[in-house]
Design a protein around this ligand. Structure first.
Ligand code: SF4
Length: 734
C-alpha cells in the first residue's frame, strides 16, 4: 500500500505534536528511523487485505538515545490503522513491555492526536482458571469427590498452611471484580507452586464447554485483543502462538504488522521453542502416575464402552513405552562415554553431527512408535471426554465425569506429545539438508525469490545429560535445531503482513550477516544502522591498562584482586563484569573483607534490590561497586551518576561445551569455514558492545570503560572487537 498523503500527514503531525507536547527536540536518528519504517510499510503491496509483495522485513539497529520506541510507534500506528491490521509489538523483557504499556503508549496518546487503543497480551498461564480454583476449594478434605482427579495434575501436595484461606480470598476478590484474575495484578507475589494449582493451559481448558466460560479471566482478556489496534506481547508468546499455528492467542500473522524490539533475542528464543527434551527416569515415574490415574478413572466408565476400551489401550501402550525407555536408559548408561564433572554432578555427551549410534537410533525408532501409539490413545480418550460436553447428544460418559477427567487426560496427553517431539526429532535424518528440502519447500512459488539466503541447514544438535543426586540418577535426552532460520522464515516472515526488527545490537563486527543467518530473514529485507546522537569521543574513554597476566593464565584472578581497588578508587559508581560466576565469587571473597559495605554482587539478592541498594548508596554520596555476570552486561539501566565506570574483566567468549554452539561450529568447519572467526568472535563482539553500552544511557552521561583482557590488543581478532565498539577516546598502555 503506497503511503497516502493522509498517512504521511498523520505521521508528520504526530511527531511534531509529541515533540512540542514533551518539549523535546527532534533527533536525527529518530527521524531516519521513522522514515525508514514508514517507507518499508508503504512498499508492501496488497490485494483485498492479503500481502502480494514478497516477504521482507525491515531491520533497524538504533543505539541508546535514539528514541526508537517513539520512532516505530509514530511510523507504524497510522499505517496499521489505515490497513486495518493489528500492530503487534513484541519485546524480550518485562521491563521494556512495562515501559511501552505504562509510559510510551500513554505518552503518545496524550501528546498526539493519534487515535488508537492497546492491550497487553499474556499467555493463559498468567490467568486464573475458575474451574480449577473451584475444584481446588471444593475438594479440600473431600478425597472422594468427583473433581478429585484435578489433584493428579498438581503432583504431591505439600501445601503451605493457609493456602485454602488464600484460595478463598482469590475467589472473593475475583467474584467481586476487585481482581481481574491476572496473576500480575494480585497485590503480592503468588508463589509458583500455589499458582500452578489454579491456572491451566490450552490442553486442560474445556473452552466453551466450561461452566465458567462466560466469566473466564483469560477469555475476557482475549476479547480485548480482538478489539485492540495495538497488542503488546513478548517474543515467547509470539513464538508459542506460531507453534500453535498462529492466530491461537494473537492475531494471525497475515493480519499483523510486527515490531520486534530487542530483536537480537528472537533467534535464540525460537531455538528454545523448537527444542525438545526427555528425562528418562522422570518419564518412567510419570508413566506410573498415568497408570494410577487410569486405575482411579476406571470406576467412572461403564465396562465395554469406547472410553473403557481406550483406557485399556492407554494402559498397554504406556507399558510398552516403559519397557523401551528402560532399554534406552541401559543403552545410554553403558554405551556412552560419560565424563562426570564432580562439581556440577553432571556429565554430557553430544552426538557428533547429530548422528546417533546404530543401537540408539533403533531404540529411538521403537520409542517413537510406542510413544506415538500412547499419544494417539490418549487423544482418543480426550476426544471422547470432550464429546460428552455436547448436551445435544446422548453419551456413554456423564458430564460430571467428563468435567472432572478431561483436564487430567488433556494434561497427560500434552505431556506425552512433548515426549513424542523428542523422539520425532531423534529419528529425523541427521544429515544436513538443502533448504529446498526443508520446511520452506511448502511455500508458494512466488515466495521463492524471497527465501532466506541459506543453502543448507545444519543437522539438529542431539545430546544427553546424566545427573546424579544423593539417592537418584537420571539421563535426559535433548534435541534442538542449530539455527532457527528456516523455522522463523516458514512460520513467521513468510506469513507476516510486515515485520520490523529493532535493537541497539543487531550487527556483529559492523555487519548484519550473523542476524541474517540465525533469523532466516527474507532476501528482500532492508537494513539500516541509525547513527547515534551521542558524541562518544567527548563522553567517554575506553582504556586497556598493562596487565601482567592474561585471562587464560592461572594468576589472572590474583591480578584482578590486586588491580580492581585502584580502578574503583575515586569513582562513585562502578560496574565490574565477569564471564564466570565462580571467578566473580572468588574475587569478591578475596576483596570484601577489606572493603566492607562497598561490593554488591548480583547473587546477593534479587536484581531489583541489588540495583536499589546501589542507587541508594550513590544517592547518599557513598561509593558503590556492583559485580555481575552476563545478565548484568545486558539488562541494567543505570543512567547519570549511577554508573561512571564499567570494568570488563574478560572478553565474553561463549562457553565451549554448549552443545548447540558446538554443533554449529562443527557444521561451519565441515563447510570449510573457521568457527572461531565466523561464530565465536562475532558473538563476543555483540556481548562486548552490550556490556560497554551500560555506560552511556543519556546524552549527558560521561564515564570510562576499562578492559582488563589484553587479548583485545594482543590478538588479531582483538582489533575487530575494539573497532566494533562505540568510538570512545582510546587509552591503551602498550
Ligand atoms: S474456560 Fe478454560 S481457562 Fe477459563 S475457567 Fe474454564 S477451563 Fe479455566
Amino acid at each position: 500500500m503506497a503511503l497516502t498523503d493522509d498517512i504521511k500527514q498523520s505521521i508528520q503531525q504526530g511527531y511534531r505534536d509529541v515533540l512540542a507536547g514533551k518539549d523535546i527536540r527532534a533527533r536525527y536518528g529518530q527521524r531516519l528511523m521513522i522514515a525508514e519504517i514508514a517507507k518499508y510499510m508503504g512498499d508492501i503491496t496488497e490485494n483485498d487485505g492479503q500481502r502480494t509483495s514478497p516477504a521482507a522485513a525491515c531491520v533497524v539497529e538504533a543505539g541508546t538515545g535514539t528514541g526508537k520506541t517513539l520512532a516505530y510507534l509514530i511510523a507504524a500506528i497510522p499505517v496499521a490503522k489505515a490497513l486495518g491490521k493489528t500492530l503487534v509489538i513484541s519485546t524480550a523483557t518485562v521491563a521494556l513491555q512495562d515501559q511501552i504499556v505504562l509510559k510510551d503508549l500513554p505518552d503518545l496518546k496524550k501528546h498526539s492526536k493519534m487515535d488508537f487503543n492497546w492491550t497487553l497480551a499474556k499467555g493463559r498461564g498468567r490467568y486464573l482458571c475458575m474451574s480449577r480454583l473451584e475444584a481446588r476449594l471444593h475438594d479440600e478434605g473431600n478425597t472422594d469427590s468427583d473433581t478429585m482427579p484435578l489433584f493428579l495434575l498438581d503432583g504431591p501436595k505439600n501445601e503451605e498452611p493457609g493456602t485454602r484461606a488464600f484460595f478463598e480470598e482469590m475467589l472473593a476478590s475475583y467474584g467481586s471484580r476487585e481482581w481481574d484474575g491476572d496473576r500480575d495484578h494480585w497485590p503480592e507475589q503468588i508463589p509458583d507452586d500455589v499458582w500452578r494449582q489454579v491456572t491451566t493451559d490450552h490442553r486442560q481448558c474445556t473452552n466453551r464447554h466450561c461452566s465458567y466460560f462466560d466469566s473466564c479471566a483469560f477469555f475476557d482478556a482475549r476479547k480485548d485483543l480482538d478489539d485492540a489496534d495495538i497488542v503488546v506481547a513478548n517474543h515467547d508468546l509470539v513464538l508459542a502462538d506460531l507453534a500453535l499455528g498462529g492466530g491461537a492467542i494473537l492475531p494471525e500473522p497475515e493480519n499483523a504488522l510486527y515490531i520486534f524490539d530487542e530483536a537480537h533475542h528472537l533467534p535464540d528464543k525460537a531455538l528454545n521453542h523448537f527444542a525438545a527434551s526427555l528425562p528418562l527416569n522422570a518419564t518412567r515415574q510419570w508413566l506410573k502416575q498415568l497408570s494410577q490415574a487410569l486405575v482411579k478413572m476406571q470406576p467412572y466408565l461403564a465396562a465395554g464402552t469406547q472410553a473403557a476400551k481406550s483406557l485399556d489401550r492407554i494402559s498397554s501402550a504406556s507399558r510398552e513405552v516403559d519397557l523401551v525407555l528402560n532399554r534406552v536408559y541401559e543403552e545410554a548408561e553403558q554405551n556412552t562415554g560419560w565424563e562426570f564433572n564432580e562439581e556440577r554432578r553432571t556429565a554430557q555427551w553430544r552426538y557428533p553431527e547429530g548422528e546417533l549410534p546404530e543401537a540408539m537410533a533403533d531404540l529411538s525408532a521403537e520409542s517413537r512408535i510406542a510413544t506415538a501409539n500412547m499419544v494417539r490413545q490418549l487423544g482418543v480418550l480426550a476426544d471422547e471426554l470432550q464429546g460428552a460436553f455436547d448436551e445435544r447428544k446422548e453419551h456413554e460418559i456423564d458430564r460430571e465425569t467428563a468435567e472432572a477427567w478431561y483436564p487430567v487426560i488433556g494434561s497427560f496427553h500434552a505431556r506425552a506429545e512433548d515426549q513424542l517431539r523428542l523422539w520425532t526429532a531423534w529419528c529425523e535424518q541427521g544429515n544436513a539438508k538443502p533448504a529446498s528440502e526443508s520446511e520452506t519447500d511448502s511455500e508458494a512459488g512466488e515466495e521463492k525469490e524471497s527465501r532466506p539466503p541459506v543453502q543448507k541447514s545444519p543437522p539438529p544438535a542431539r545430546w544427553a545429560v546424566r545427573q546424579r543426586w544423593d539417592h537418584a540418577e537420571d539421563i535426559t535426552l535433548y534435541s534442538s535445531p542449530v539455527l532457527a532460520d528456516n523455522l522463523l522464515y516458514s512460520r513467521l516472515w513468510s506469513r507476516a503482513y510486515g515485520a520490523v526488527l529493532t535493537s541497539a545490537t543487531l550487527t556483529a563486527l559492523g555487519r548484519f550477516d550473523r542476524l541474517n543467518a540465525r533469523a532466516g530473514l527474507p532476501q528482500g529485507s532492508r537494513f539500516l544502522v541509525v547513527p547515534s546522537s551521542f558524541r562518544y569521543g567527548e563522553m567517554a574513554t575506553v582504556e586497556v591498562p598493562a596487565m601482567s597476566a592474561m585471562p587464560t593464565d592461572d594468576g589472572f584472578a590474583d591480578e584482578l584482586v590486586k588491580r580492581l581497588p585502584d580502578l574503583w578508587a575515586g569513582e562513585k559508581a562502578t560496574l565490574v563484569l565477569f564471564t564466570s560466576r565462580r571467578q566473580m565469587q572468588q574475587v569478591r571473597d578475596a576483596l570484601a573483607p577489606d572493603y566492607p559495605e562497598l561490593i554488591i554482587t548480583q547473587d546477593d539478592m534479587a536484581k531489583g534490590e541489588v540495583l536499589r541498594q546501589h542507587c541508594s548508596r550513590v544517592d547518599e554520596g557513598r561509593p558503590s561497586v556492583l559485580f555481575g555476570v552476563a545478565s548484568f552486561a545486558e539488562g541494567i539501566d543505570l543512567p547519570g551518576k549511577y554508573l561512571h565506570h564499567v570494568v570488563i574483566t574478560r572478553l565474553p567468549f561463549s562457553v565451549p561445551d554448549d552443545p548447540i554452539e558446538a554443533s554449529l561450529a562443527e557444521w561451519v568447519t565441515q563447510r570449510g569455514g573457521n568457527p572461531f572467526m565466523e561464530i565465536t568472535v562475532p558473538d563476543a563482539s555483540i556481548k562486548l558492545v552490550q556490556a560497554v553500552g551500560r555506560l552511556l544511557r543519556t546524552e549527558q552521561d560521561t564515564g570510562r570503560v576499562t578492559i582488563l583482557d589484553r587479548r583485545i590488543i594482543a590478538r588479531r581478532y582483538g582489533q575487530l572487537l575494539l573497532d566494533a565498539l562505540p568510538p570512545f577516546r582510546r587509552i591503551i598502555e602498550r
